[in-house]
Ligand binder design. Structure first.
Ligand SMILES: NC(=O)c1ccc[n+]([C@@H]2O[C@H](COP(=O)([O-])OP(=O)(O)OC[C@H]3O[C@@H](n4cnc5c(N)ncnc54)[C@H](O)[C@@H]3O)[C@@H](O)[C@H]2O)c1
Length: 317
């Protein structure tokens, strides 16, 4: 088995990805500007941890060279609202960071670079079910940095043969997410209820969003990495799990936690921010080219999420 580097390895998706790769017998190196995290504490003896900054070319180069990396899962990034408060930092981490990863992959013949992109690369000028090749005119800095990274990756593939592959994810839910992006109410409603705490949702009951369970997200990344090159017709693919209104989310949580204390206090600014996101992604090409199919529905994702929170209470304290 090979050696995988996960940038942003102490983060939410990095943690689940590391666990999946370890289960598959891979050697795993986590590269992160954070020295440690509540999430990866439990696996720190099974991985190598390298403390470094994606924006620092030499540090990225060093980890790829010194550890003889076969595959880079490039998950490290700044997310909203930080990207919108600090656009220069977003540029340095999300765009220069991707450039540094691609350069390191080119110089040291890394076998593949797997990129984590987002449905936030699409603006409002797209059809309700967003096709893989829809125009990408995002309304915020986060989306701009992710579109730019996708195009950089495609360029490095076309010009230098770097095996760049990416996935555009909808907002991902699961135990261990901590950010405050506009989609955060979805994971918080489940996490807080599982912890026995009340939670107030800041959108309308009818507000709808596309979602994916984190365990499906990392299965998708590993599957795309293993996909036969000859079958790929794109370098970046849309993935989609399920869509839910806020009320459907609450009803599902209450199926498992009947006394969950969730109420609504809609905030128009947050509603508009959520409505900027597409409600459904067309993942036909991922299904056709490399056999993508999500394992989790809203119901089974909520059930598993609650179990994970309760089995690892210290993470969500
Ligand atoms: N969480 C979602 O819903 C979602 C949806 C679509 C795409 N994505 C993408 O998936 C990736 C991972 O997201 P996440 O939810 O795990 O976020 P996260 O914030 O939990 O993890 C990101 C990690 O990147 C690290 N990081 C930040 N700046 C860095 C730097 N300069 N150098 C090295 N590491 C740095 C952070 O310390 C953190 O551990 C991101 O690229 C994000 O854009 C996430």
């Amino acid at each position: 088995m090979g050696k995988s580097l996960i940038t942003g390895g102490h983060g939410f998706i990095g943690y689940y990805l590391a666990k999946l790769l370890l289960d598959e017998g891979e050697q795993v190196v986590l590269f992160d500007v954070a020295p440690e995290s509540r999430l990866t504490k439990g696996i720190r003896d099974s991985v190598k941890i390298v403390h470094g900054d994606l924006g620092d070319w030499a540090q990225v180069l060093d980890v790829v060279k010194d550890d003889e990396i076969d595959c880079i899962y490039h998950a490290g990034a700044l997310l909203p609202p930080v990207t919108e408060q600090y656009p220069a930092a977003a540029y340095a981490v999300n765009i220069t960071g991707t450039f540094n990863v691609l350069e390191a992959a080119r110089l040291f013949d890394v076998e593949s670079v797997m990129y984590l992109s987002t449905l936030a690369t699409f603006g409002r000028d797209v059809p309700p079910v967003v096709p893989n090749d829809a125009s990408q005119r995002p309304p915020n800095m986060y989306g701009v940095t992710k579109v730019c990274s996708e195009r950089l990756g495609e360029y490095y593939h076309a010009r230098f043969g770097v095996n760049f592959r990416g996935i555009r994810f909808p907002p991902i839910i699961g135990m261990g997410r901590f950010d405050k992006a506009q989609s955060a109410y979805n994971y918080l409603a489940i996490q807080e209820s599982a912890m026995g705490r009340p939670y107030t949702i800041y959108v309308d009951r009818s507000t709808t969003i596309a979602l994916l369970y984190v365990k499906d997200a990392v299965l998708g990344l590993v599957a795309l990495n293993k996909a036969e090159e000859g079958k790929l017709t794109r370098r970046v693919y849309n993935l989609y799990g399920f869509s839910a209104t806020a009320q459907e989310l609450v009803d599902t949580v209450r199926r498992y936690i009947p006394d969950a204390k969730i109420d609504f206090k809609p905030d128009q600014t947050m509603i508009r921010a959520v409505e900027n996101l597409p409600q459904k992604l067309d993942d036909t090409l991922a299904r056709r080219d490399w056999g993508w199919s999500p394992r989790y529905s809203l119901d089974s994702a909520v059930e598993d999420f609650i179990k994970e929170v309760r089995a690892n209470r210290a993470i969500s304290e």
